[in-house]
Write a protein that binds this ligand. Structure first.
Ligand code: ADP
Length: 477
């Protein structure tokens, strides 16, 4: 399986997991909200029915007659109710709302029973299919033939004047029963509206979740894919870089073997070439190992495993300038340095900081023509110090300035319009600046470049500084 399909499959798996988890969370919370809404509406409706029943009970209780034949009195109390067994002439306009306390008379209906469960009176808008006998269950929900649901509450109606006969089994103070019910038409319509919203909204939301998970998993995979590609590129580059000197070395050894033993002078010369190629290989491998260890160490550093030591940057700059003076003089380059009188300290790994700045100075000398200038300076700022390595060399084209810090990257000679050959030919490994950046990152320092082709380059390293002792030093070294 190639790497592309491997990453694509991983992305798909990630997206599916993400969409699945989000889908379950969304569906569960949607259903939970739906249930909570239905239950709270239902409870509010039952509370309303109970409260109406309570108000009605309290207002009619003192008016209820003790006699067996309450028809006349009931007609006085509830002129809007139809009396059982009599023709019902009551029109809704006669309903005295303040008496029964029901504002929406099309929604609610009431029914009155005597204590034996015989229907005495009822609202004209009660469902037609309701039985004439009493069902004593407190709460009932039923559906009529035309499909409309009703919810009904039955409560005992007490009367201040009731004196039930002593021989009756139902020897309580109940006068009868009050039934109050309402249509669930609006409630059901509201519920089915919510169900529709969920039925349409949930798949749309799940679709959006699936799309966004695909996009997000792509975003998440991107850095991994890039780093994987970089690793692959690095391995290919390293193999390529190792192959060239190795091939040269083998060719030289073969040539030595073919030369007659008597020709000692040629053998000596070729052995020098073998040594040079061997050194180049060993240099390359050392650089590769250093890069790897820097990356590993930076992880350990993040975990606080290895504390840094105070390093004097003045010494670092003056030592390195002194070290490179011979090389610069041999290349006919004027190498100078400028350091402040006060000592500047930073916390870090001294040998690594030396390696970083020496890479910059070596490059400056390497890419500057005879008679050019290279200057190294140290400047102290508020909380940082800046080491600048400036040269009047060939410069770096703008398009290459970001890439020179990549491993094995070398600016192609064509970029200089014939000014200079490929820098590969100068013998560099292409790892110098990659190592410099790795060290800078480990020290939380910033390494930048400004350059102009044909005019020169300036590499600046900004490091954090700590407090240190101050001694007077010459301004120019
Ligand atoms: P190399 O070993 O080839 O010098 P580096 O990583 O040190 O590798 O540098 C990468 C490339 O950046 C070099 O090949 C060169 O093209 C360019 N470069 C680095 N420093 C300078 C400089 N001071 N002037 C011009 N080009 C430079």
């Amino acid at each position: 399986m190639n790497s592309y399909s491997l990453f694509r499959r991983s992305r798909l798996r990630l997206a599916l997991w993400y969409a699945g988890v989000m889908g379950v969370i969304l569906s569960v919370s949607g259903l939970g909200m739906y249930r909570a809404m239905v239950q709270s509406n239902w409870a509010a409706m039952e509370r309303e029915i109970e409260s109406i029943a309570g108000t009605l009970h309290d207002s009619v209780e003192p008016l209820l007659p003790a006699s067996e034949e309450p028809t006349a009195v009931l007609q006085q109390i509830f002129p809007d109710l139809c009396l059982s067994g009599k023709s019902c002439n009551a029109t809704p306009t006669l309903i005295q709302r303040h008496t029964i306390g029901i504002s929406d008379r099309t929604t609610y209906y009431i029914r009155l029973f005597n204590h034996q469960g015989k229907l005495l009176a009822f609202s004209p808008n009660q469902p037609l299919s309701l039985p004439q006998t009493l069902n004593r269950t407190s709460w009932q929900t039923f559906r009529t033939a035309n499909g409309i649901r009703y919810h009904q509450f039955t409560t005992i109606l007490h009367s201040a004047n009731t004196h039930p006969p002593a021989n009756e089994a139902n020897a309580d103070s109940s006068w009868g029963y009050l039934q109050i019910g309402r249509t669930l038409e609006h409630f059901d319509a509201e519920i089915s509206r919510i169900q529709w919203i969920m039925a349409i909204g949930l798949p749309i939301a799940l679709g959006l979740v699936a799309t966004s998970s695909w996009w997000l998993s792509g975003l998440a995979m991107q850095p991994i894919y890039q780093s994987y590609q970089q690793q692959q590129q690095f391995t290919a580059n390293a193999a390529h870089e190792l192959r060239s000197p190795l091939a040269g070395l083998l060719a030289t050894v073969e040539a030595i073997l073919r030369i007659p033993q008597s020709n000692q002078q040629d053998i000596q010369m070729m052995l020098h070439t073998v040594e040079r190629q061997g050194r180049r290989l060993s240099h390359l491998i050392a650089d590769l190992l250093l890069l790897t260890s820097l990356e590993q160490n930076s992880l350990e550093q993040n975990l606080g495993a290895k504390p840094f030591q105070p390093c004097c940057l003045n010494d670092l700059v003056s030592d390195l300038t002194e070290e490179f003076l011979e090389l610069a003089t041999a290349a006919d380059i004027h190498l100078t340095c400028q350091i402040p009188t006060s000592e500047v300290y930073t916390l870090g790994n001294e040998s690594q900081l030396y390696r970083l700045v020496s890479n910059l100075i070596a490059n400056a000398i390497q890419y500057t023509s005879r008679g050019g200038y290279v200057s190294v300076s140290l400047v102290k700022r508020d909380h940082s110090a800046v080491i600048a390595v400036k040269d009047t060399g060939i410069g770096i084209p703008l398009t290459d300035q970001n890439r020179i810090f990549d491993r094995f990257y070398r600016v192609d000679g064509d970029a200089y319009g014939g000014l200079r050959l490929r820098s590969r030919k100068t013998g560099g490994t292409g790892l110098g600046l990659a190592i410099a950046v790795a060290i800078a990152q480990k020290h939380q320092a910033i390494l930048k470049v400004e350059s102009q082709v044909g005019k020169g380059s300036i590499f600046t390293l900004e490091v954090k500084v700590g407090s240190g002792k101050y001694v007077v030093k010459p301004d120019i070294c």
